[in-house]
Write a protein that binds this ligand. Sequence first.
Ligand SMILES: [Zn+2]
Length: 416
Amino acid sequence: MRTIIKAKKIINGVDDNIIKDKCIIIKNGLINEIVNVEKFKPSHNDLIFNYNNEIVMPGMIDVHVHLAFSGITDNRSFRAESADMDYGAQALRGYRFALEHMSYGFTSLRDMNAPGNVAINIKNMINNKKLIGPNILACGLGLSITGGHMDQPGWGSHTNFIDMTYPCDGPNEFIKGVRSQLKAGADFIKTNMCVSSTYDLDHPYKQEMSNKEIEAVCTEAQMHNVRVASHTSGGPSITTAVRSGIHSVEHGHWLDNETINLMAEKNTFYVPTLLVNERNFEFEHDANFTKSKNWKWLKLSREAKWESLDKAINSNVQIALGTDAGFMLPHGSMNYREMEYMVQGGMSNMQAIKAATQFGGKLLELNVGTIEVGQRADILIVKGNPLKDIKVLKNRENIEIFKDGKKFDKHSFLSN
Ligand SMILES: [Zn+2]
């Protein structure tokens, strides 16, 4: 049986203009054919949907989420929550979070570090058709130096919290880290090459992994034909990483011209995660905090991020949408804001939508992100026009979702 989406207005994720009057013909979950409405020949058992007023567009992609975490904003509560919950409970909750993303039109996700194989297990259940949900790529645990950004400094020294990250020291341990995560079922490798540093605000970032460690991870990952994504702040380690073949620069607050040019040349993706940066400024801070080095660092990094985005846009670096949902952000409901910030930073609405569709899809390499023949039929029907106002994507009642060509009933899981 075929499913037909007859649409007056389509944003296909490729063209810069709205495409008019097409029939999208779906077979076995894939876009089989796209024909002009007048050329369409229906057969008797076609399931036909007509959309005359809505915008039809590709399912969106959030390439930076943390399904194991809830988005709780207070650091102590974040730790308490992680300690309280078994991985089984975290996986069940993470699946719910994945559905939250999908209900807002995000039909593909990339998980950027989850303890206890939480995200890998959710992905496997969906891929094995035991559960309905978004397409997921997962890295398992991120690789970090001992005491580094993801090795959760700040727990009491008596606390034996072994599984928040995968600590590695020296090239050989990083090679083992890559192999261990692949054994666990990871689709790609996450690393932390450089971090924020509030100790010395003249040098607000510092390198964590040595160049040899960075090169070892990239070489090993390339040998296994998997990609490397890295949490980054700024400095020469990003340049080394891009040169070594890293696939995506996450956050990337301080990007210099050399790095930007190299990223453009090597097709390295930039995932600026603007929302999570801006999020810090939405909370009331006490007077002491706003005088602190932490606060000053946040302001410095905010300014630097907008400049880096500007440079990346002007140099045609591939920019993909990632929110960091799960870390200080809820899952799904704020995702549209990343596009609003992209527009604020100088991208057109169409460019921001392409970051959420075409470029996210290219980054994931899962045949998603555009409405073209051969792609998965992950398709949204949107009331209102996001080319005029991104905010129409704020309300999930404005969005109908087709996942692999089948209508996803968001109300069935939202019922309580
Ligand atoms: Zn993150």
